[in-house]
Design a protein around this ligand. Structure first.
Ligand SMILES: [Zn+2]
Length: 275
């Protein structure tokens, strides 16, 4: 019987390694797939304990059995899952200053924990997901719920990378660049077109940097010419008017571009030697 085989295996594992419910359940993807990893873990521990008790197996005391059921110390994750609510609260706090529609979570795990799980997996021939995936999924789902924002795997507005195993939770936020095209019109001479456009976009989007490509001769008066801009590490992703008067320069036809559109236009312009 499949369940019996799995319970026997769980029992063997638990004799050697302390595991929290989630870490144990995670090793058994095919066992009662309708259950969450935590529920699987609880059930497997319960079955394993019942079996051990039934067999009056030598070497097991009541304390050993209680240890198995206990969530006190997990050799695989150090009980990180009891801290995910705190992690989420801290992440939400850091994300306060950012505007985004969707995100992607990533986690950094110490190499010794990765190796430990690999060893256990190969020793007991286990095929479940790894710890990293489970942490990311759990934290990601909690963030989805709290922020009411979706996870985006291919092109997220923002990447949240956290290191939960450090003494202090380390959080790194990487935002995707945003791209615009538009036209500029120089009203007054001796103005640095690139610098003016760049500074405006950096301030407006609270960005770290920006790269501007302008067509035409910089500073040429009374000529309306196109420009492209890549805004790097923006904290804000707000709407922008399609016309902005910067006193000496007027920007118009400002339009948000996708990364692909930006690449196509940039390549096109470069090939035509317009810049
Ligand atoms: Zn664990």
């Amino acid at each position: 019987m499949k369940t019996l085989r799995e319970v026997t295996l769980a029992e063997k594992i638990l004799r050697e390694i302390h595991m929290c419910d989630k870490c144990l359940g995670r090793q058994f993807p095919k066992f009662r797939p309708e259950l969450s990893n935590s529920e699987k873990g609880v059930l497997l521990k319960f079955f394993a304990m019942t079996r051990i008790k039934g067999k009056k197996r030598e070497g097991y005391t009541w304390k050993d059995l209680l240890d198995i059921m206990e969530e006190q110390k997990c050799d695989l994750c150090g009980n990180i899952f009891s801290k995910t609510d705190d992690i989420v609260i801290k992440l939400i706090d850091v994300l306060e200053g950012y505007e985004f529609e969707n995100f992607l979570c990533g986690v950094k795990i110490p190499i010794n924990l990765i190796e430990k799980e690999e060893k256990v997996k190969s020793k007991f021939k286990l095929r479940g997901e790894n710890l990293r995936k489970e942490i990311v999924r759990e934290v990601g789902l909690k963030l989805n719920e709290h922020l009411r924002k979706e996870t985006n795997f291919s092109d997220p507005d923002i990447k949240i990378i956290f290191e939960p195993f450090n003494d202090e939770l380390e959080i790194k936020i990487i935002t995707s660049p945003i791209f615009y095209s538009g036209r500029y019109f120089v009203k007054e001479e001796t103005v640095e077109v690139k610098k003016t456009i760049k500074e405006f976009f950096i301030t407006y989007f609270k960005a770290e940097d920006a790269k501007v490509i302008i067509m035409g001769v910089e500073g040429a008066l009374h000529l309306e010419m196109p420009f492209l801009i890549k805004v790097i590490h923006p904290k804000k992703r707000r709407q922008i008017d399609d016309r902005i008067d910067l006193n000496k320069i007027v920007l118009s036809e400002i339009k948000r571009l996708s990364r692909e559109e930006f690449k196509i236009i940039r390549t096109d312009k470069l090939e035509k030697k317009d810049i």
